[in-house]
Each structure stands twice: as structure tokens, then as C-alpha cells.
Design a protein around this ligand. Structure first.
Ligand code: DHK
Length: 144
């Protein structure tokens, strides 16, 4: 059976395409999700994509992933830098997680240099734009 991967995107990522394209690229979230589903297929992964601007909704989806998904790819957006609740949810479900950021958070403002998700992630990819999601799926296809 194909491994099931949940791809989550956090706040403001629904605005990709128009939001600071010099930082986040010109692809829309719909473009990225379409690419992730197609890439997943070539790797034998069943990819489901969701986006929310609401922290609690992301927490609920992480909780509900237990038993329904084999791994999670997440770009937590700004919640990376603030959310102990998302950190705790990942610890609670103990599923393999790959954290993705489109931009290189370490070349940006100091407040973006710390992520609460990184300590509970299997791996972290940043600075490679939408390619980061593809690489995350490749890593999961090898490791699951
Ligand atoms: C996306 C965001 O929305 C920011 O809040 C993060 C991340 C970086 C990204 O690069 O994808 O700081």
C-alpha cells in the first residue's frame, strides 16, 4: 500500500504567488500542491495537502494524522518561530516530520532563526523554494 503523506502549510502561505515573490517565489500554493501530489505519485506516495492560517486547526490536523498518515511535511510559516502547541502536537503523535521553508530563514531577521518545529523534525529544508517540498517527499520515499 502507498505511504500516505500529509503536506501542511501554515499562515500566509495561501498568499504565495502575490506575497513577496522575491522572497517566496512566484508559484502559488495551488501550483506547489499540484506538484507535490504529482511528485508523490511518481514516488509511490499518496499526498494530501492542507493549508490553514489558524494555529489550532494545524494542531488538530497533526493530531488527526495519527493512524491516517505515515508522515507529515510542514511549512509552519510564522508558527515555526512561535508555536509550542505545534511542537507539542508533533511530539504527541511521534510521526516522521520534515520541516520546509521556502526562504533561507538564517539569512533573514533574527526572529526567524529559531524554530520550535526543528527539534521534533526528522529533517529541515530551507532556502530552496518549492523544490524543498519535492526533496522532502523524496526523503520520505527513501526512509518510510
Ligand atoms: C514562511 C513564512 O510565512 C515565514 O513566517 C517564515 C517561511 C519563513 C518560508 O520561508 O517558507 O519565517
Amino acid at each position: 500500500m502507498a505511504h500516505r503523506v500529509l503536506v501542511l502549510n501554515g499562515p500566509n502561505l495561501n498568499m504565495l504567488g502575490t506575497r513577496e515573490p522575491q522572497t517566496y517565489g512566484s508559484q502559488t500554493l495551488a501550483d506547489i500542491e499540484k506538484m507535490a501530489i504529482a511528485e508523490g505519485k511518481t514516488l509511490g506516495l499518496e499526498v494530501t495537502c492542507r493549508q490553514s492560517n489558524i494555529e489550532g486547526e494545524l494542531v488538530t490536523w497533526i493530531q488527526q494524522a495519527l493512524g491516517n498518515f505515515d508522515a507529515i511535511v510542514i511549512n509552519p510559516g510564522a508558527y515555526s518561530h512561535t508555536s509550542i502547541a505545534i511542537h507539542d502536537a508533533f511530539r504527541a503523535v511521534a510521526l516522521p516530520v520534515i520541516e520546509v521553508h521556502l526562504s533561507n530563514i538564517y539569512t533573514r531577521e533574527a526572529f526567524r532563526h529559531h524554530s520550535y518545529v526543528s527539534p521534533v523534525a526528522m529533517g529541515v529544508i530551507c532556502g530552496l523554494g518549492a523544490t524543498g517540498y519535492r526533496l522532502a517527499l523524496h526523503a520520505l520515499a527513501e526512509k518510510l
